[in-house]
Design a protein around this ligand. Structure first.
Ligand code: GTP
Length: 425
């Protein structure tokens, strides 16, 4: 991700990202030619809009999740007074822009181009400060959602009930129930009950904000069912209890298997990524280039005293598989390692297919635009083409389970069940 310092950026130009090494930041992507100059570039990228009242915590969320700012540092963030566009280009799957809006934005201002802003938007995240009185926030939510829905009915609406770190568990649930009820009642009163709002309890002081953002991003990944399917096949054959496919830099998980996510497992896996990155930076520097190592050889195994094993393997330059399993299931590590290689190959096939589709789409759209004239993403029709998510401008993949196993077959990869390991070995 390159943090746009365009025009007079109000934040300090090189703000601290803690001990997070630069080479693990979102630099220009050079992995498979899909960087800012690659197939999805600039305005073409689907957007996630961050909206909400002043001081609700929008900029803090963006800084903590995507720029490794420590939560305490957000105390010193200044108020946003113009739209800040942030380009997320860290992996082949996670490519989008986040637009952070000033709290005081006025929809009725003639300079507010709602067609352009909501048109190319994949998701709208509305942040409500749960520590504050939220009547105004609910009014603003209603106003925002109805306006955005009129322009682009396919936007996904995500409501972050934010700053819940200061609330007791009972009060948290009560607040969520109240906000949920009132927001939906308001929509029903306006005859818009077809609009679906998703609610998340979040705080920058724990992993809830990463978890919530994971869910927002996942909904924008057209290949999600394929990825989930591959993870399901992997865990059921390898006696793994839980598996996450992580975007290493942001610690967002872009897919997980079918079993429910519990916060503790997620936190454990996030902590493991931190450990691996820290150790890689301290001991894994390449002597000649000085670059820290997170490469195809990166892997880690942590045995906890309660008989649980954490297993991490690099999948692509930016993605890692992190699994939780019982120690007893790890007796046959060779089978799990082998199954992982099959899994990685299948994921790479998904990537390749996606890249081909993007290139094909880009060349055909270039041909069209030179024939019909320029219809850039700023027009509402051009923008709504990308409205459904990250890759809505590519031909959809066949995400059916058959296609997944088909792709595994084609790559000549067969996962071996752990219990039949004698066959595999
Ligand atoms: N307790 C708590 N405070 C938070 C949390 N998130 C943000 N804050 C604080 O809320 C204050 C406002 O945060 P900002 O990120 O500047 O809010 P904003 O919505 O971007 O504000 P504007 O730019 O004015 O629209 C800061 O002091 C943050 O430290 C949270 O999860 N918990």
């Amino acid at each position: 991700m390159s943090y746009e310092q365009d025009e007079e950026d109000q934040y300090a130009p090189n703000f601290s990202v803690g001990s997070f090494p630069k080479e693990f930041g979102y630099g220009a992507f050079d992995g498979d030619g899909e960087g800012p100059s690659g197939p999805l570039s600039g305005e073409q990228k689907p957007r996630i809009l961050l909206m909400g009242l002043r001081r609700s915590g929008k900029s803090s969320i963006q800084k903590v999740v995507f720029h490794k700012m420590s939560p305490n540092e957000t105390l010193f963030l200044e108020s946003t007074n113009k739209i800040i566009k942030d380009d997320i280009s860290n992996s082949s799957f996670v490519q989008f822009q986040i637009w952070d809006f000033p709290g005081q934005i006025d929809f009725f201002d003639p300079t507010f181009d709602s067609d352009m802003i909501f048109g190319g938007c994949g998701a709208l995240v509305f942040v409500i400060d749960a520590q504050d009185e939220y009547n105004d926030a609910l009014n603003r939510l209603h106003q925002t959602v109805t306006k955005a829905y009129k322009v682009n009915p396919s936007i996904r609406f995500e409501v972050f009930i934010h700053k819940v770190d200061g609330l007791s568990d009972d009060y948290k649930m009560e607040t969520q129930r109240d906000i949920h009820q009132r927001a939906n009642d308001d929509l029903a009163d306006s005859g818009l009950d077809q609009i679906h709002l998703s609610f998340h309890l979040t705080s920058i002081y724990d992993h809830s904000i990463f978890e919530a953002f994971s869910k927002v991003v996942q909904k924008l990944i057209p290949q999600l069912p394929t990825l989930e399917n591959l993870l399901n096949i992997l865990i059921s054959n390898s006696a793994i209890e839980k598996a996450f496919l992580f975007d290493v830099v942001s610690k967002i998980y872009i897919a997980t298997d079918f079993s429910p996510v519990d916060m503790q497992s997620y936190e454990l896996c996030c902590d493991m990524i931190d450990v691996v990155i820290d150790v890689s930076c301290i001991y894994g520097l390449h002597e000649d280039t000085g670059a820290a190592a997170f490469d195809s050889q990166s892997s880690s195994l942590i045995k906890l005293t309660n008989g649980t094993i954490l297993y991490l393997r690099e999948v692509t330059k930016f993605l890692a598989l992190v699994c939780i399993l019982r120690e007893a299931s790890f007796d046959r590590q060779g089978v799990i390692d082998y199954n992982f290689l099959c899994f990685r190959e299948a994921i790479q096939q998904v990537f390749e297919l996606r890249s081909k589709n993007q290139v094909a789409y880009n060349s055909s759209s270039q041909a069209n635009s030179s024939a019909v004239g320029e219809s850039g993403p700023n027009t509402s029709s051009g923008a709504s083409g990308a409205s459904n998510g990250l890759l809505s401008n590519t031909a959809p993949l066949d995400n059916s389970p058959n296609n997944t196993s088909e792709s595994l077959k084609q790559s000549n990869t067969v996962l071996y069940p752990v219990q039949d390991s004698a066959v595999a070995m």
